[in-house]
Design a protein around this ligand. Structure first.
Ligand code: OOB
Length: 539
């Protein structure tokens, strides 16, 4: 098994420890501490179920013992694909306690993506809910086992499935659990949005991630009295760490799980549980603002709304307080690390027109021109960063590492930003070719490859088109081969290949040919840019 590693240079790691960023805490360690400090305080609310900190710990330990009994070993990687249900927490804290490493997949991922995650992480386990949103995850587990036989253990965390193991919910006798993990070790794996090809694996350590959560709590005012609503998928980095459910649990606060982010579901929960803080992507923030005035629920408990994942339009940002009655904090973050927030006491103009400034005084930020030279303040350029919670490498991917990291350890974010006085960043766009569809990142190359696999497709290019609601939507330009295929047929084909629905192009436009230059072929990147311009001009 290829080891999971994040290697900050020794002297840098020492500095992060000396400055108190890395405290030597682990996920299991902090949950145990909370269960001692506040055993009877409510930790997780999932519909009618209310787990206290003591119960969450007991569930996690039972799950840990169950994973070991099933034959999983410390160090094993396990793909976790669960919706927003309490068992998500029992499973992942169980894995932490057993020294195993969860890889967080989203409920929307389908077999092609899950098989890729399992292969690249060398996973031996897969944790699922039996069904969710009408989708049969047991069927997907069977397909995964057929495709990646190394995945020997399928654990069903919610529901019933005789052919698989069920998540252990109770302790059987005296379980011998391994010693706690090492804080500088990798705790879990997130997946990158990825602009080139398939998602890359992002491994995060206990030390680095918990620092970002603790610091986020401070910036967003999360205390043990807070009530955090998980409206976005719990497995995504934004609702996990900004300050997210991990931040909330670390503070001893209450975490309320919303099965869906729609106002119909989330608003009654806000009223019932007196939710104080939540995070949304811009399209959902728009939807909430549209719905709030016409509905009866009392949303007055909501103090803070975090909006991030994609650019939040200034005019929309301005309406958050008047319409929802709460403080807006913009968040510009990435699963690779760096997170920026507007601060609660910032002037209104900063809050509505920037995407915030970094969490840490030790987040180093560079804004460079195409030639790699720093641009003056106020000028757009490529954002590079390194710091106490930004990764130094993707797992086992030399080509991506060479592209995405400089020799001295800066991560090339692919974002184009302007740095403003005070270190505030304004996101201007992206250098890479991915589509940010309502916060979901789609790699143009990945989608093109799926289309190219269709016999009726000669060539395909995917571009992002501005969309008033989604921010961006995807448009595929396709040159047909032989008899013309229909758009609906191509969409159906993509779905059949087992990919997340959000990657299926919103629009497919057939063209006769792609532009070339006098010198011959042009790069994919230039081609996409031209097609996008043509499309926009024709409207
Ligand atoms: C969050 O994480 P990822 O890994 O899904 O995506 C990161 C990318 C950034 O590089 C940037 O391109 C875009 O998403 N992005 C934003 C943004 N927040 C993220 N673009 C414009 N404005 C924003 N506010 O999306 C993520 C992780 C942690 C916290 C928040 C978001």
């Amino acid at each position: 098994m290829i080891p999971l590693r994040q290697a900050w240079p020794e002297d840098v790691a020492r500095r992060y420890r000396e400055k108190g960023y890395w405290t030597g805490e682990t996920f299991s360690g902090f949950l145990r501490r909370k269960a001692v400090e506040r055993p009877d305080a409510e930790a997780i609310i999932d519909r009618e179920r209310r787990w206290t900190y003591a119960e969450l710990l007991a569930r996690a330990e039972a799950a840990a013992a169950g994973f070991l009994r099933a034959g999983l070993r410390p160090g094993d990687r396990v793909v976790v694909q669960l919706p927003n249900i309490a068992e998500f927490f029992a499973a992942v804290f169980g894995l932490f306690r057993a020294g195993m490493v969860p890889l967080y997949a989203l409920p929307a991922h389908r077999i092609t993506e899950i098989a890729h995650f399992a292969r690249t992480s060398e996973a031996v386990g897969y944790v699922i809910a039996e069904r969710h949103d009408g989708f049969d995850y047991c069927q997907q587990a069977r397909a995964l086992r057929a495709e990646v036989p190394a995945v020997r253990h399928v654990v069903v965390a919610s529901g019933d499935a005789e052919e698989f193991i069920l998540l252990a919910t109770e302790q059987h006798g005296e379980a011998v659990l391994p010693p706690d993990a090492t804080p500088s070790d990798v705790a879990f794996i997130q997946i990158s949005g990825g602009s080139t090809g398939l998602s890359k694996l992002i491994s995060r350590t206990h030390d680095d991630y918990l620092y970002s959560c603790r610091a986020s709590n401070e910036i967003c005012g999360v205390t043990e009295n807070s009530v955090f609503l998980v409206a976005l998928p719990a497995a995504h980095n934004f609702p996990m760490s900004s300050p997210g459910h991990i931040g909330a649990l670390h503070a001893g606060a209450k975490v309320v799980l919303s099965p869906s982010p729609s106002p119909d579901v989330a608003f009654p929960l806000i009223e019932r549980e007196k939710v104080t803080i939540t995070g949304l992507v811009p399209p959902l923030a728009l939807l909430w603002m549209q719905a709030a005035p016409g509905r009866g629920e009392d949303l007055s408990s909501l103090d803070v709304l975090l909006v991030g994942g994609a650019k939040f339009a200034e005019e929309a940002a301005r309406r958050v307080r008047p319409v929802l009655g709460c403080q807006l904090q913009q968040v510009f973050g990435m699963a690779e690390g760096l997170v920026n927030y507007t601060r609660q006491d910032d002037p209104e103009e900063i809050i509505v027109s920037t995407q915030g400034r970094p969490i840490s005084p030790d987040d180093e930020v560079l804004v460079l021109d195409d030639g790699g030279n720093p641009v003056p303040e106020g000028q757009p350029g490529h954002l590079l960063t390194r710091g106490p919670y930004t990764i130094r490498n993707y797992h086992n991917d030399d080509a991506a590492n060479a592209r995405s990291f400089t020799e001295d350890g800066f991560y090339r974010t692919g974002d184009i930003v302007r740095r403003l006085p005070g270190g505030y960043l304004e996101v201007r766009g992206r250098a890479g070719d991915h589509i940010n569809r309502a916060g979901e990142k789609i790699s143009a190359e990945e989608v093109e490859n799926h289309l190219l696999a269709h016999p009726g497709v000669f060539d395909a290019a995917i571009v992002s088109i501005p969309d008033p609601y989604l921010g961006e939507r995807s448009c595929a330009f396709v040159i047909a081969q032989g008899e013309k295929t229909r758009a609906a047929v191509l969409k159906h084909w993509m779905r059949q290949r087992g990919i997340a629905e959000f990657k299926v192009p919103d629009q497919i436009v057939f063209v006769e040919a792609f532009a070339t230059t006098a010198a011959g072929k042009i790069s994919r990147k230039e081609l996409r840019a031209r097609l996008r311009d043509q499309f926009l001009q024709q409207r």
